[in-house]
Design a protein around this ligand. Sequence first.
Ligand code: ATR
Length: 277
Amino acid sequence: MSDHKIPLAGVIGAPIAHSKSPRLHGHWLRTYGIPGHYVPLHVEPDDLETVLRTLPKMGFRGVNITIPHKVAALEIADQISDRATLIGAANTLTFRADGKIHADNTDGYGFLENLKQGAPGWKPNAGPALVLGAGGAARAVIVALMEAGAADIILTNRTRPKADELRAAFGKKVRVVDWVKAGNAVEEAATVVNTTSLGMVGAPEFRVPLDGLRPGTVVTDIVYAPLRTKLLEAADAAGCITVDGLGMLLHQGVPGFERWFGVRPEVDVNTRAAVLG
Ligand code: ATR
């Protein structure tokens, strides 16, 4: 890495214009008086490796990686954390002094920290944890739940073979139920996590039957636009403890910011306000 005085970092994706990460890191840079910059970088898949090998020479200390580069970034990296290996994707790269690229995945960490902050009494083994969806976000959530000690994870996905694949990857702590039976699983669950895009602005509505929700169940949604999704509203009405998805985005940024800029940032009401604009 070159010896630039001004620390630089950014987020790489395509498209990238709507990423909230520049606001998040910009807020932290201002809060801690760090004279650095964090920029959105639109990079096409064919250019990813060239860009990643060039950025350290320009003073970049690392980058966040988002859609569609999370798997490719892992393949390009020289060193990979255990959790990135388990999740099979990278969202946080750090450029080492010797030029090597270190890949990590902080999505699961962000999920768990958000859950702990929003539902302080949450216990991983109070009962089964239901995970809706089997995409990249579900992988991160399952890894995090297992790390936290959850021993019974019910997984359900519209396309069942994708859930079966995760079961094969993560073992017997995960059991798969059919998507049409998701409503029954809701009844059984002590924790409910939506990792699908259902309920997001522009996506279809969340239609899983929720009559089984019980008071005290911890319900969280990774969708944060809107902030109060139909799932969270129904859960509130049923007396559940609800945690919105914005906090996952905020917390996943913490480890990268600390590595690149040398300060471990707080996630608080000001962070939320800054990102919501
Ligand atoms: P991410 O990396 O954010 O998890 P993804 O890999 O595209 O994104 O996964 C999206 C998830 O939302 C998947 O579980 C997907 O289900 P399928 O595997 O059946 O595609 C789920 N999803 C998207 N649209 C859905 C819909 N209309 N009904 C049910 N599930 C849906």
